[in-house]
Design a binder for this molecule. Structure first.
Ligand SMILES: *Cc1c(COP(=O)(O)O)cnc(C)c1O
Length: 221
């Protein structure tokens, strides 16, 4: 199937459920992204600052760019002028830096707090306690140039569906527990190519799909 057919297929499954699809285009050439763009799809996710910035500069300006990878504070300035949603906020320090750079650009940047739900310790994110601390902190009220709009989580990389489902359910349960006091947390970004069906069953509102759209990624060895 073509890239465009892949994306239409996934959108057919998800749009009726109110789930937003982010096409994860990391490592893929601009021609491939343009094929998708020309078919009318304008929401892409990238996980490296430099790659994202290069693609932003050479592509049409009505694209919604999502940053999904680990973000170093000293690199926030490069994406602050244009990024739509940062999925991967894993510390208060990073949030403060995003606020600072957003202010310099006269913008308000939407952010998700990445919660650590997997069993692997290779995945980043914060604990539920750290998340609560941020949401309840007085300092947060002074950060006028960021808006926390939800949570993000990545499951363990495993074939064990029960394990994956358990982790997504944990994130959804935590999210539900926050909603009454923090009703602005609308988004739960969970689910990738291999597990988005489970994630949607468990309450995801946003999925980040790469290889199922663009094919497998090859990295230089
Ligand atoms: C690469 C990546 C994805 C997409 O992965 P696929 O398995 O190719 O769909 C989703 N989320 C994050 C954070 C990623 O780094």
């Amino acid at each position: 199937m073509s890239i465009v057919a892949n994306i239409k297929e996934i959108e057919k499954e998800t749009s009726t459920k109110g789930v937003t699809l982010v096409a994860v285009s990391k490592t893929k050439p601009i021609e491939m992204l343009m094929e998708v763009y020309n078919a009318g799809f304008k929401r892409f996710g990238e996980n490296y600052v430099q790659e994202l910035t290069e693609k932003y500069e050479s592509m049409p300006k009505d694209i919604e760019w999502h940053f999904i990878g680990h973000l170093q504070s000293n690199k926030v300035k490069y994406i602050a002028p244009f990024v739509s949603l940062i999925h991967s906020v894993d510390s208060f320090k990073l949030l403060q830096e995003i606020n600072k750079q957003a202010a310099k650009n006269n913008r308000v940047i939407d952010c998700l707090l990445q919660i650590y739900i997997a069993e692997e310790d290779t995945k980043s994110g914060m604990t539920e306690e750290e998340c609560l601390e941020i949401l309840q902190s007085e300092t947060l009220k002074n950060l006028a140039n960021i808006r926390i709009v939800g949570l993000m989580g990545m499951s363990t990389f495993t074939d064990d569906e029960n394990q994956v489902r358990k982790e997504f359910r944990k994130l959804k349960t935590f999210h539900s527990s926050l909603l009454s006091s923090h009703p602005y947390l609308k988004t739960i970004s969970m689910g990738m190519s291999g597990d988005y069906a489970i994630a949607i069953e468990e309450g995801s509102t946003m999925i980040r799909v790469g290889s199922k759209i663009f094919g497998n990624r090859s990295y230089p060895t």
